[in-house]
Design a protein around this ligand. Structure first.
Ligand code: SAH
Ligand code: SF4
Length: 347
């Protein structure tokens, strides 16, 4: 049994030919799956009955199973079970005029950021391209409005799962696939320099939006929060980002999680501003107030401090946004849950 979403159109055409079906039938099936969100081959009425039977025997559409759905005022969190029994989360966020889907790229994460709950159990495994696509398909089936924006900010470090991510993105932006605009797909990384350079060389990946979790104004604080900074120093990271081959009208998003008394002081804002100001046209900054986790010793700063931080950055003419989500307060930030915790929650 194969998952149909693990194939590109070309691969599926070849696969169909191998099974004695005409290649163009693969285009029809792709259309059913990605445009009409059909998951039962028996309902694909423009295929001969015999073909529908062959396909039902050989393939499955969904690899994930929904086990929980938590609705908040401005978001919905979905918890899915993988074929081998792990739990992952996907969050649908209602923005002012559109929907954004926050996808997971791995089960757990090996990067080990001190403030992040996903890091606690380390990496369990990478998600396959079909597991990434299926998060989209299952959520899209559940809501009426088309989901046009996708961010890889859920569990895991997307650039540490490079090849699978690349294939999933290819299917997401292809006209025969999800047909999403490249400009509406974002990848968030903790700042793995070698992988960002690889991304810069890749004709597909360098077209999507890049977001980088900076989280600190200097090397010292960054190393204490994100041990990968030892081998991916802040100065080299900024240089790599400044050299990233974006057209002049595109900016890299720097994410900065504000943690009380750790990186939210006035002097931190000034340091950060001075670090970024020379390249202000290359970046925009997203301030995310920390979402506390019972097993971690960090706290969220008061909102006044968040806005004071933003104002300091603005005084250096930087573009700065603050992201606060009610839903995220209710059930945890996108990208900060861990599989074991999810399992306990469900018991
Ligand atoms: N691994 C990637 C993407 C997933 S994490 C990355 O690190 O960029 C997505 C974002 O959630 C990151 O910017 C991370 O810094 C942030 N984050 C993690 N834990 C958080 C928490 N408890 N509160 C707020 N943001 C958090
Ligand atoms: Fe991994 Fe991102 Fe969490 Fe760091 S913040 S541990 S990179 S998921």
């Amino acid at each position: 049994m194969g998952f149909i979403t693990s194939y590109t159109l070309q691969e599926l055409r070849e696969k169909f030919e191998g099974l004695g079906l005409e290649a163009y039938r693969a285009n029809q099936v792709m259309n059913w799956i990605y445009k009409r969100l059909e998951s039962n081959f028996q309902n694909m009425t423009d295929l001969p009955k015999k073909y529908r039977e062959i396909l039902s025997e050989k393939f499955k559409v969904h690899t994930l199973e929904q086990v929980e759905k938590v609705i908040a005022s401005d978001s919905i969190k979905y918890i899915f079970r993988t074929w081998d029994g792990h739990l992952i989360e996907t969050v649908l966020i209602f923005e002012r005029d559109h929907l954004t889907l926050c996808l997971s790229s791995q089960i757990g994460c090996a990067v080990g950021c001190k403030f992040c709950a996903t890091a606690i159990d380390g990496l369990v495994r990478n998600l396959s391209p079909s597991e990434m696509l299926d998060q989209y398909l299952l959520v899209q089936k559940d809501v009426d409005q088309r989901i046009r924006n996708v961010v890889f900010m859920g569990m895991g470090e997307p650039l540490a799962n490079f090849e699978n991510l690349k294939k999933a993105l290819y299917i997401m932006i292809s006209p025969w696939g999800l047909d999403l605009s490249k400009r509406r797909v974002s990848i968030s990384t903790s700042g793995l320099i070698a992988q960002i350079k690889k991304m810069a060389q890749d004709p597909l990946l360098r077209e999507v939006n890049l977001a980088v979790s900076l989280n600190a104004p200097n090397q010292y604080i960054r190393e204490s929060l994100m041990p990968i900074s030892k081998t991916n120093p802040l100065e080299d990271l900024i240089k790599t980002l400044v050299e990233f081959p974006y057209p002049t009208d595109r900016r890299i998003m720097l994410e900065y999680v504000l943690i009380k008394d750790v990186n939210d002081r006035e002097k931190d804002a000034h340091f950060l501003a001075k670090l970024i100001a020379p390249y202000r046209r290359k970046f925009k900054i997203n301030l995310i107030p920390y979402n506390p986790d019972p097993s971690l010793p960090f706290e969220r700063p008061p909102l006044e401090r968040v806005y004071a931080f933003q104002n300091i950055l603005r005084s250096y003419n930087l573009s700065v946004f603050v992201r606060i989500s009610k839903g995220i307060e209710v059930f945890g930030a996108c990208g900060q849950l861990r599989s074991k915790r999810l399992a306990i929650m469900l018991k």
